[in-house]
Design a protein around this ligand. Structure first.
Ligand SMILES: C[S@@+](CC[C@H](N)C(=O)[O-])C[C@H]1O[C@@H](n2cnc3c(N)ncnc32)[C@H](O)[C@@H]1O
Length: 350
């Protein structure tokens, strides 16, 4: 487990709860690298991590999260229709919080319209607006600040949380129920489906909703369409910008660029839903070298391989099977015209 689970208030900022000891992260990085592992969350830590993600998200060659934002904007009215008035918003891996601002604007508008209708129905009614609570959550404290800043002008109660998704049982202690719990920006696909669905399922209450988005395959292998998406995925994930994003932690700690390279493969893995595409990321060490990280020095030999995180590329039908098996019911799906992006609104099966 990566988070500390301990709670401390960020001094001088009453809007934020910090559950991660940022200094401890360096020690964790040292321990991981000794095992030749670099879990993806290290790509997002520190000032460099926040800046790198924000730059990558803007780069022409890596449009994954941006396309999902366009899908959200295009479907906002229908999405909001399915979210009952009075729901709060907890969004994990919030990044710059742009998508959350879009959702909150929709929820606020709905809230105001319903209050107006109620006051027109009751001759003396006040048409009380329900207070919305917003919880932007991220492992990177700077992202939480940016996300909070993005909604400064909106009439919602805000509390940022710096914490790991894996610590969801602790995170949820800070929420007012019911929540619309979001994992946006294709982050759902960075976890084993059984793991993430169990975590979310165990920590949501029956009145809560779960919304996530994903970049997906339109069909399984075979069709020209699938081949073309496969090639696009390879081009996107092996782009120079994404390679640099993945190499940053080692470069930051002083490894020379010529001593290692980023390798990305896209392979089939077996799953209960048939063959599934999954990226396979590694850093290949080209020369004997060493770096100093936090408490110690990590040595690498030519030929060593550092294992990194992955992204699953599901078809919609595969996600739907996993959700069903994991005890969720899809309330509504919003698929892009080419079926390569989807937003799913779900709840726990009753
Ligand atoms: C791919 S970005 C998506 C950002 C944003 N949701 C979007 O749609 O643009 C992933 C985000 O999750 C955060 N993150 C990564 N690992 C995390 C973890 N284990 N727990 C919480 N947040 C995490 C990163 O700092 C980053 O902001």
């Amino acid at each position: 487990m990566q988070g500390t689970g301990q709670l401390k208030n960020d001094s001088g900022n009453k809007l934020k709860v910090v559950m991660i000891d940022e200094e401890g992260l360096e020690e964790k990085l040292y321990e991981s690298l000794k095992k030749h592992e670099l879990p993806d969350y290290f790509l997002y830590t520190g000032t460099g991590g926040a800046r790198n993600w924000l730059n990558l998200d803007e780069s022409r060659t890596f449009p994954v999260a941006r396309k999902l934002k366009a899908l959200l904007e295009g479907n906002l009215v229908s999405i909001v229709k399915f979210i009952p008035t009075g729901m709060n918003l907890a969004s994990i891996g919030v990044g710059n919080g742009e998508k959350e601002r879009i959702i909150l604007n929709g929820l606020i508008k709905k809230n105001e319209e319903e209050a107006k209708n109620e006051s027109e129905e009751e001759a003396f009614g006040s048409g009380r607006k329900r207070q919305i609570y917003y919880y932007p959550i991220d492992i990177n404290s700077r992202m939480v600040d940016i996300a909070l800043g993005k909604v400064q002008d909106l009439p919602v109660e805000k509390k940022g949380i710096v914490g790991f998704i894996e610590e969801m049982p602790f995170l949820k202690k800070h929420w007012q129920l019911p929540v619309l719990f979001c994992i946006l920006g294709n982050t759902f696909c960075n976890y084993e489906p059984d793991f993430i669905l169990k975590l979310v399922g165990e920590n949501l209450e029956s009145g809560d909703l779960f919304m996530f988005d994903a970049h997906i395959f339109p069909t399984l292998e075979g069709s020209d369409e699938a081949k073309s998406v496969r090639n696009k995925v390879l081009t996107t994930y092996s782009s120079r910008e994404n390679a640099l994003f993945n190499m940053y932690p080692l470069l930051h700690y002083g490894m020379a660029p010529e001593d290692f390279e980023f390798e990305l493969l896209l392979s089939h893995v077996e799953s209960g839903t048939g063959p599934l595409y999954r990226t396979h990321k590694t850093l290949q060490i080209l020369n004997d070298t060493e770096i100093r990280v936090g408490p110690g020095t990590v040595k690498f030999k030519e030929g060593d391989v550092i294992k990194m995180g992955f992204t699953y590329k599901y078809t919609f039908e595969q996600i739907s099977t996993f959700l069903n098996k994991g005890g969720f019911e899809i309330l509504r799906k919003f698929l892009s015209e080419d079926r390569t992006n989807v937003i799913i609104l779900a709840r726990k099966q009753l």
